[in-house]
Design a protein around this ligand. Structure first.
Ligand code: ADP
Ligand code: MG
Length: 253
């Protein structure tokens, strides 16, 4: 469904926050964010999280199962709203945006990669990636041309017409990555992107994330794997919904 607020799928409904210094504004700014799941007792999945991530950073969010990593990713990705605190994504105060504006922000500015790939079965890699541009209203042949270029970037030129079930796990994740970045979002969120992969395929996916980051995409990688995190230049450790430490190690040199 399209609303009457815009001629296309309403990304235009989100106005520019200020082009002059938007390059320097943090891509992510959380201030005292709380997310509590109701229950008896309630679960404080995020318990006062403050976090700033600048453009071009690559950040690992590390913590054991149940520590709040996915909840954090959902809040960063505007898939879920904080109960308290401030969430600014790419300059927008998310808490103040109506749902349709939030959807537009998400479609234009945030790419997602999940452990389980979530590709459409029976659909070629090319069309899976091109679907990442559906919100743009671009013509199908333009979407496909961009999808093809992005599949080249992830090294899958020779697999564009393969369907997910004809691809290995690592190749599927590279298709998912291509779909996530085909619209060139400033922020890429990856929840356990190597969790379902063997170590060699996982290494290829991580290498691609580094390449995308070097090209300017801000990346947040959620992982419980300390080996994966150790390769990232900044590591945020989370436990019981709180940030325990935030270190810049420079990762690999
Ligand atoms: P992680 O991704 O680090 O494993 P999650 O963010 O998924 O952690 O979960 C954090 C805490 O919130 C856990 O204790 C989990 O059981 C709880 N939780 C997550 N989602 C829900 C939900 N929809 N309803 C109730 N509790 C939830
Ligand atoms: Mg999780």
């Amino acid at each position: 469904m399209r609303t009457s607020t815009g001629s296309t799928a309403s990304p235009a409904a989100v106005s520019d926050p200020g082009a002059t210094d938007s390059d320097r504004a943090p891509v992510v700014l959380l201030e005292h964010v709380h997310r509590v799941y109701p229950g008896n007792p309630p679960v404080r999945a995020l318990d006062g999280v403050s976090l700033r991530i600048d453009p071009g950073e690559m950040v690992g969010v590390v913590g054991p199962s149940g520590s709040g990593k996915s909840t954090l990713l959902n809040v960063l990705g505007t898939l879920d709203r904080a109960d308290e605190g401030v969430v600014r994504i790419d300059g927008y105060d998310v808490g103040g945006l109506a749902d349709h504006r939030l959807s537009a922000l998400r479609a234009r500015r945030i790419g997602f990669v999940f452990q389980q790939f979530f590709l459409a079965p029976g659909v070629s890699a090319l069309d899976n990636v091109a679907d990442g541009l559906l919100y743009t209203g671009l013509q199908p042949h333009v979407r496909r041309a961009r999808a093809r270029r992005t599949l080249e970037r992830v090294g899958l030129t020779d697999r564009v017409h393969h369907r997910p079930e004809e691809l290995s796990g690592g190749q599927r994740q590279r298709v998912a990555l291509a779909r996530a970045v085909v619209g060139e979002p400033p922020l890429l969120l990856a929840d356990e992107p190597t969790g379902a992969l063997d170590s060699a395929s996982g290494a290829v996916v991580l290498e691609l994330l580094h390449t995308l980051c070097a090209a300017g995409t801000t990346i947040v990688v959620i992982t419980h794997d300390h080996g994966v995190a150790a390769e990232l230049p900044r590591q945020v450790h989370i436990l019981d919904g709180r940030i325990e430490s935030d270190t810049r190690t420079g990762g690999r040199s």
